[in-house]
Design a protein around this ligand. Structure first.
Ligand code: FAD
Length: 529
């Protein structure tokens, strides 16, 4: 049993003694926690600073009216017993996290007016699911499975270069250039168009693109393959106790090795000595020094908010600024009372594409129905959840959206959008709920709590530009971008998290470890070990 630890803002201040810290990690998302815990494990004294009031970034959970929701985890892959990532995660956890399998069926697609299509694992089972639904497309479906396997392999060849010096990384990219140009340089849509001309099958192949945010017409196929196929080989898992388990298990590792983690401390800028980064300045003006600084807040956010414009690395900054941000999202957090399984809720997530098109985001909020919605029921996945006598359960409705839906209120301080913003929110929530009711009429009757979060909330609690919770969009240009190496051209400054590797918990985790490996080669030894 893990002992409870304090993940929320406390009254102690970070130690700012000049000689004290080896490494400062900015941002306590999965990438920052992994980097900080790994560096602690190899003997570095680490200070982890988080602007939000709770540690964990998008893995943190929150509670309202007796209901608790995870902010950014519905399932994850890579943590099956024996998976490489699972071994690394166990190494970083003070007490290992327990994961529960969500079973063979993990996503159910609702495309247009077609019957629901449940997707199961492993590869062979999913091929069967698709062939049963599209019997005259057997060859296309087999070609799709091959493409997923090869696309995943191709992008995995790129990731190690993110922790290498530029020349070595370029050489390895050259060596792998055929696979990279076939799978990383083409979009998901280009690959699907080559495989099938059946629009319903094409939509089913592209549907899980919400797991990385990239629209099929823009995303590198390799990212789609990496993230969709991960569930096929590793399975679909959920942390027992919810996603706060990550911080509960990794933060004590930092403390045990002489480090500290503080919530509610925003880093305002970086300290320079000559051309090197030697520490950070926090919002209250405190200067804290360290031999290395690792940023988990996003590559674009790092250059836009922490670096002076004249830091002397304009080419590198321009390469990152040329990459667009990923999608934003609206979430309705739902609290139910009653038998939600009898009313249609399942452990598997439900993906709705009412127009039959997967390449869509909500642009005409608040009144037009969203062209996509994912419904997820976290309490059914979590064996530690006790529904109590009132049968309390939690759900989330996610709608992928364009930033333009809320851009007009972006410059106003959080919570001060005025009446027109309040009216927009109310109408957006009603539109999403009406659609939910049409999908799950029985469940809609059991809702006793609901609350809408817009992309502006994502900005205020994560700092992600344009509400882009997945960071940089997963375009071919991003996948092949040299500027996203964990080792930046600025001595002393390193990147971690999802922009270094890929969106999602496993990607952010690996991005954190790649960043840590650039700071201390002992971490690289552990990764490759
Ligand atoms: C609704 C939703 C559903 C998702 N579902 C899944 C899922 O089912 N499975 C999955 O694998 N992934 C999922 N994800 C994606 C996953 O949560 C992210 O890809 C991953 O957590 C990103 O980790 P990170 O460490 O890179 O960044 P983050 O978790 O965003 O961490 C960055 C941290 O930096 C902090 N920060 C920013 N600026 C500063 C500053 N100046 N000073 C100090 N701190 C700062 C932020 O507050 C934040 O805590 C989902 C995300 C969302 C939003």
């Amino acid at each position: 049993m893990r002992r409870p630890i304090e993940l929320r803002k406390d009254s102690t201040m970070p130690n700012s003694d000049h000689e004290h810290w080896d490494v400062i990690v900015i941002g306590s998302g999965m990438g920052g926690m992994a980097a900080a815990a790994a560096l602690s494990r190899v003997g570095q004294k680490v200070l982890l600073l988080e602007q939000h009031q709770t540690l964990g970034g998008l893995t943190h959970s929150f509670t309202r009216d007796g209901f608790t929701w995870d902010v950014g985890v519905h399932y994850l892959s890579g943590v099956a017993p024996g998976d490489h990532m699972r071994g690394l995660l166990d190494w970083l956890c003070d007490t290992p996290i327990e994961f529960v399998s969500l079973g063979a069926i993990y996503d159910t697609l609702h495309i247009g007016s077609d019957e629901p299509l449940s997707l199961s694992r492993p590869y062979e089972a999913q091929e069967r699911d698709l062939k049963d639904r599209f019997p005259d497309q057997a060859e296309a479906i087999e070609a799709w499975t091959r493409a997923l396997r090869e696309g995943r392999e191709a992008v995995l060849k790129i990731f190690p270069t993110r922790a290498m010096p530029e020349i070595a990384g370029d050489l390895l990219d050259w060596w792998n250039r055929r696979a990279i140009s076939k799978w990383c340089a083409r979009t998901t849509k280009e690959v699907i168009d080559e495989i099938t001309d059946d629009p319903r099958l094409a939509a089913a192949m592209a549907a899980q693109r919400g797991d990385h945010g990239g629209r099929p017409s823009k995303a590198s196929f390799s990212m789609h393959a990496l993230i969709s196929a991960a569930y096929l080989w590793s399975g679909s898992w959920y942390p027992v106790g919810g996603s706060a388990a990550f911080a509960e298990a990794m933060i004590p590792t930092i403390a045990k090795h002489g480090g500290e983690a503080h919530a509610g401390v925003r880093v305002k800028g970086l300290l320079f000595d000559g051309g090197s980064v030697v520490g950070v300045t926090t919002d209250d003006g405190t200067e804290i020094r360290a031999k290395a600084v690792l940023s988990d807040i996003g590559a674009r956010e790092t250059i836009d908010t922490l670096l002076p414009e004249d830091c002397g690395h304009q080419d590198w900054m321009a390469q990152i600024r040329a990459l667009p941000s990923s999608i934003a999202h609206f979430t309705v957090f739902l609290g139910f009372e009653g038998d939600i399984e009898a009313a249609g809720a399942t452990k598997a997530n439900h993906w709705f594409f009412p127009t039959g098109e997967a390449d869509v985001v909500w642009t005409d909020a608040p009144d037009a129905p969203p062209p996509h919605m994912t419904a997820s029921f976290g309490s059914l996945k979590n064996p530690a959840h006790d529904p109590g006598p009132r049968q309390k359960h939690m759900g989330q409705l996610l709608v992928w959206a364009d930033w333009s839906t809320v851009a007009q209120w972006a410059d106003q301080p959080p919570g001060t959008g005025g009446d027109d913003y309040a009216d927009f929110k109310r109408r957006a929530e009603e539109t999403i709920m009406a659609q939910f009711e049409s999908y799950f009429p029985g469940l809609a009757k059991l809702v006793v709590y609901r609350d809408l979060a817009t992309p502006l909330l994502t900005v205020s609690f994560t700092g992600h530009r344009k509400g882009a919770f997945y960071g940089l969009d997963v375009t071919p240009e991003r996948v092949m971008c040299d500027a996203l190496r964990a080792q930046t051209p600025i001595p002393g400054l390193f990147l971690a998290g999802q922009d270094v590797a890929s969106p999602g918990i496993p990607g952010a985790f690996m991005g954190g470890l790649l960043g840590a490996a650039c700071v201390d080669a002992k971490v690289l030894k552990q990764i490759t070990g």
